[in-house]
Design a binder for this molecule. Structure first.
Ligand code: NIG
Ligand code: FE
Length: 418
């Protein structure tokens, strides 16, 4: 045994072998006075402190959680973390009344970040993204889904993929890559969206799929919305990606309901994301097709809007709900999943237990790594958090300060607060 963490007032195992939905979305699998043992980066035992401490040998380090809360590392199921520059000027313009979609349609918004990202060197993108990952780790994020999408040409999309792979290999956080070449219609294709879709399908997808990177599970995503891609264009891209054996995601119903959720169900996407204006009948389609709803309250908040996704309805309709930050420079520069939990509980009406499951096990399944991380179960990678709070509910109840005291990534203590 390398490390034993013991004496947790509550150890949340979140044990399960599938995404949790409906009634089970609130099952935390709490062990009072809990402990776990780690060997070679993996969890090898979970149980009562007395029982687990009996497994210690001379070589074992013992970590006393001193009555705090132990839970799995957070998984951020949806980010655009890899980019260059910022859009602080647009934030100020939006505060004065400009709308996000008007900025996008006028050639700003995502295109501003595309210009900055095309101009930046690989090293620059890596170093700016690494600083964000460092801060995310402090708040307990140990796995991150990371999208491309600020290249919109083959070379820059590949540069972003290279940045994501380099960071996965060199940063404690694990990154799961997603290709979203159809994130916006680039200015050079203004008014010729179908031609750009041809480029995504005929040039970018094969180039990404055949790139030198070892692709474990490279997702393909599309921004299906007003001002971006319609259902027909999204379908073309996602169907081609499916032929290439890529798992699918879709940005759907963030602004307008174009039918993206139904498309996700029809194509068997792993997740449909945003879903702020999704109807009940579409939720039923997602449930029947086992599509995970990735909800992103940071985006609604970040846009200063109030039409949060109806998380409660997704749970009632038996759709597994996951959470993500949507970290990006336009709508949601949020690096803290505890803050996302604070929003998801209040505005999307998840209970704290449901929100914790959404940001751990369900987010892991939404990112294609549910068999490896997301819960404290024997055989899983030892990504473990110690929260300095008296009760798990404080993780969403108290907000704006960091509840996470200690972060263990692959069995190594990578952060302990003073
Ligand atoms: O998820 N909706 C599309 N993509 C992002 C925004 C990206 C940006 O504004 O840079 C989102 O909100
Ligand atoms: Fe997004």
């Amino acid at each position: 045994m390398d490390l034993i963490v013991h004496s947790a007032a509550q150890l949340l195992t979140i044990a399960g072998d599938a995404p949790k939905r409906g009634e089970t979305q609130s099952e935390l699998g709490i062990i009072a006075n809990g402990a776990l043992a780690i060997r070679d980066e993996k969890i090898v035992a979970v149980g009562a402190s007395e029982e687990i401490r009996a497994l210690a040998t001379n070589e074992t380090t013992q970590f006393d959680a001193q009555g705090k809360i132990v839970l799995p590392g957070f998984v951020d199921a949806h980010t655009h973390v890899a980019f260059a520059g910022d859009r602080a000027n647009e934030f100020e313009m939006r505060l004065r009344g400009a709308s996000y979609l008007d900025l996008l349609k006028a050639g700003g918004g995502i295109m501003n970040t595309v210009r900055a990202t095309r101009a930046a060197s690989l090293e620059q993108i890596i170093s700016e993204t690494r600083a964000r990952l460092d801060r995310m780790l402090l708040y307990g994020t140990t796995t991150v889904e990371a999208k491309t999408g600020y290249g919109l040409d083959t070379a820059t999309e590949l540069k972003l993929l290279q940045a994501i792979y380099t960071l996965d290999a060199t940063h404690p956080i694990d990154l799961i890559p997603t290709f979203i070449g159809a994130h916006a219609i680039p200015e050079e294709y203004r008014g010729r969206a179908d031609e750009f879709v041809d480029v995504v399908v005929e040039e970018m997808l094969p180039a990404i799929r055949n790139s030198k990177f070892e692709i474990r599970n490279l997702f393909c995503d599309v921004f299906c919305d007003d001002g971006a891609f319609d259902v027909q264009q999204s379908r073309r891209i996602l169907e081609r990606a499916r032929e290439l054996n890529m798992p699918l995601k879709i940005h759907a119903d963030e602004f307008a309901n174009l039918g993206g959720a139904a498309l996700a169900a029809e194509l068997g996407a792993v997740s449909a994301d945003h879903l702020m204006v999704t109807r009940r009948d579409e939720m039923k389609l997602l449930a029947d097709a086992n599509v995970i709803a990735v909800l992103l309250p940071g985006t609604t908040f970040g846009l200063g809007k109030t039409d949060f996704a109806n998380g409660r309805a997704f749970i009632e309709e038996n759709v597994p709900v996951a959470l993500g930050s949507d970290l990006n420079p336009g709508t949601s520069w949020c690096e803290s999943l505890p803050m996302i939990l604070a929003m998801a509980t209040r505005y999307e009406k998840l209970t704290t237990a449901e929100a914790i499951v959404a940001a751990t096990l369900n987010a892991a399944y939404a990112s294609g790594v549910g068999e490896r991380v997301g819960s404290l179960q024997v055989g899983k990678i030892a990504d473990v958090l110690i929260a300095d709070v008296p009760d798990y509910r404080y993780i969403a109840y108290r907000y704006g300060t960091n509840p996470i005291q200690t972060v263990i990534k692959r069995g190594e203590i990578v952060r302990t607060a003073d």
